[in-house]
Design a protein around this ligand. Structure first.
Ligand SMILES: Cc1cc2nc3c(=O)[nH]c(=O)nc-3n(C[C@H](O)[C@H](O)[C@H](O)COP(=O)(O)OP(=O)(O)OC[C@H]3O[C@@H](n4cnc5c(N)ncnc54)[C@H](O)[C@@H]3O)c2cc1C
Length: 355
C-alpha cells in the first residue's frame, strides 16, 4: 500500500489551497470528485461571488485572478428585498462576479506537480490505524487504498471526513436550490431576498454572463415547493424568469453556534465548509475555505506534536468572526428587526430609475 504524509479529500477552494501551500518535504495525495478540466462531471452549485475577504486572501497569496474565471458584468450593489413588507434597499457590495466552475478548475491547476492529484475520484471509506488513516477510493471503476499519516477533510458541506470523526454531531443544514434562466432584465443586478413564510434563511439572484441565477436556502423538507412559492412572489417585484435552462441542488451548512465549528481530531483536520466554516448571514464560504487552508498549511509544514490543538487555536479568530455572522443572521432573519433596519435606510443608495 502506498504511504503518504497527508491525504486531502476534496479539492474545492479549501483543498486546492492547502495542496498548493504544503511543503515539498511532505508527500501529499489529493482526491477530488471533479474532473481536471471541461464542463462534464461534478460541478459545485454556487453564486460565484468573491467577497472582499477572499480578495484579501489572494493578496496574501500573491495571486491574481485570470480573466477566464471572471464573469460579466461586475455589479456594485445588492438589491435587498423583504417580500413580506415589500421594502427594498440597495446596499453597496464589492464582490467579484466569477464563473465558479472555471474558478475551481483554475485553483486546482495551481496545485504543484509534486502533489499526487486523483481527479474524477470518489473517496469511499476511512479507517483509523495506529499511525494515521487508511483511505479507500474509487478511480476509473477500480477500488484503491492508501495510507496517510494525516487526513484532511476538505470535502465540503456533505463531508464524509466530518461524519467519520463526529458521527453524532448535527449542524443546521439547508437545501440550496438554484435555477438558471436567460437574463431578460433590462439592467443585470444582484439581489438578496428575505421571506420568513418561505425560509428562515434567505434567497438570492445573480446576473452572470447573460444568465439570471435565482436560488435560495430552504428547509430540507418541501424545499422545491418553497422555491416555487418564492419565485411566484418575486414575480410581483418585476423578477422575470421564463424557462429554466439548468436546475441545481445541494446541501449548504449554516452554523448556529460555537459548537458547530469543528476543526478535527486524532491527526485528522477539517477545513472550509467541512469544518462548518461558512457565514450564517450570507452563506459566503470561499474566503473561510481559503483562510482555514492557509492556517492548516502552516501547522502541517511546521510539523511536531499536538498539531490538532495548534490548528484549533490558530482558527480561533476565524471562528469568532463566523460566530458574529451567526448573530448577524439572527437579526436579519427576525422580521421586525429586519424591517427596522431596512426602514431606517441606513447605507441605502437611492437609484435614479426604479427597476
Ligand atoms: C448555492 C450556493 C451558493 C453559494 N454562493 C457562494 C458565493 O457566492 N460566494 C461564496 O463565497 N460562497 C458561496 N457559497 C458557499 C461556498 O460554495 C462554499 O462555502 C465553498 O465552496 C466551500 O469550499 P470548500 O473547498 O470547503 O468545499 P467545496 O467547494 O464544496 O469543495 C469540496 C470538494 O470536495 C470534493 N469532494 C466532496 N466529497 C468527496 C469525496 N467523497 N471524494 C472525493 N472528492 C470529494 C468535491 O469535488 C468538491 O469540489 C455558496 C454555497 C451554495 C450551496
Amino acid at each position: 500500500m502506498d504511504c503518504y504524509d497527508v491525504a486531502i479529500i476534496g479539492l474545492g477552494p479549501a483543498g486546492a489551497t492547502l495542496a498548493r501551500l504544503l511543503s515539498e518535504k511532505l508527500r501529499v495525495i489529493a482526491l477530488d470528485k471533479k474532473r481536471a478540466s471541461g464542463s462534464e462531471g461534478f460541478q459545485k452549485p454556487c453564486g460565484g461571488l468573491l467577497a472582499p475577504d477572499a480578495q484579501r486572501a489572494f493578496i496574501r497569496f500573491g495571486l491574481n485572478l485570470p480573466t477566464s474565471v471572471i464573469a460579466n458584468p461586475q455589479i456594485f450593489s445588492v438589491k435587498t428585498l423583504d417580500t413580506q413588507t415589500g421594502i427594498t434597499c440597495n446596499y453597496q457590495r464589492s464582490y467579484i462576479n466569477i464563473n465558479r466552475h472555471a474558478f475551481d478548475l483554475w485553483m486546482k491547476s495551481l496545485v504543484p506537480e509534486r502533489v499526487e492529484v486523483h481527479h474524477d475520484t470518489l473517496c469511499k471509506r476511512l479507517e483509523r490505524t495506529d499511525e494515521g488513516y487508511h483511505v479507500t477510493f474509487v478511480e476509473d471503476g477500480e477500488e484503491k487504498r492508501i495510507h496517510a499519516r494525516y487526513l484532511v477533510g476538505a470535502d465540503g458541506a456533505n463531508s464524509m471526513v466530518r461524519r467519520y470523526l463526529y458521527p453524532r454531531h448535527e449542524i443546521r443544514r439547508y437545501q440550496a436550490i438554484q435555477q438558471w434562466f436567460e437574463d431578460k432584465h433590462p439592467v443585470p443586478f444582484y439581489s438578496c431576498l428575505f421571506d420568513n413564510d418561505v425560509t428562515d434563511c434567505y434567497a438570492w439572484s445573480i446576473s452572470k454572463d447573460g444568465y439570471f441565477i435565482f436560488g435560495g436556502a430552504f428547509p430540507m423538507k418541501e424545499g422545491r415547493e418553497r422555491y416555487d412559492m418564492l419565485k411566484e412572489k418575486v414575480e410581483l417585484h418585476r423578477f422575470t424568469f421564463g424557462t429554466a435552462l439548468k436546475s441545481e441542488k445541494c446541501t449548504v451548512l449554516c452554523p448556529s453556534g460555537w459548537r458547530d465549528f469543528v476543526c478535527g481530531k486524532d491527526d485528522a483536520f477539517l477545513i472550509g465548509e467541512a469544518a462548518g466554516f461558512i457565514s450564517a448571514s450570507s452563506l459566503e464560504g470561499i474566503s473561510y475555505a481559503l483562510d482555514s487552508a492557509e492556517l492548516l498549511s502552516r501547522i502541517l509544514n511546521k510539523g511536531g506534536t499536538s498539531l490538532n490543538p495548534s490548528y484549533r487555536k490558530s482558527t480561533f479568530r476565524l471562528r469568532l468572526k463566523l460566530l458574529s455572522k451567526v448573530f448577524k443572521a439572527r437579526i436579519l432573519t427576525t422580521p421586525w428587526l429586519r424591517k427596522l433596519i431596512m426602514k431606517s435606510r441606513i447605507s441605502h443608495i437611492e437609484q435614479a430609475s426604479a427597476r
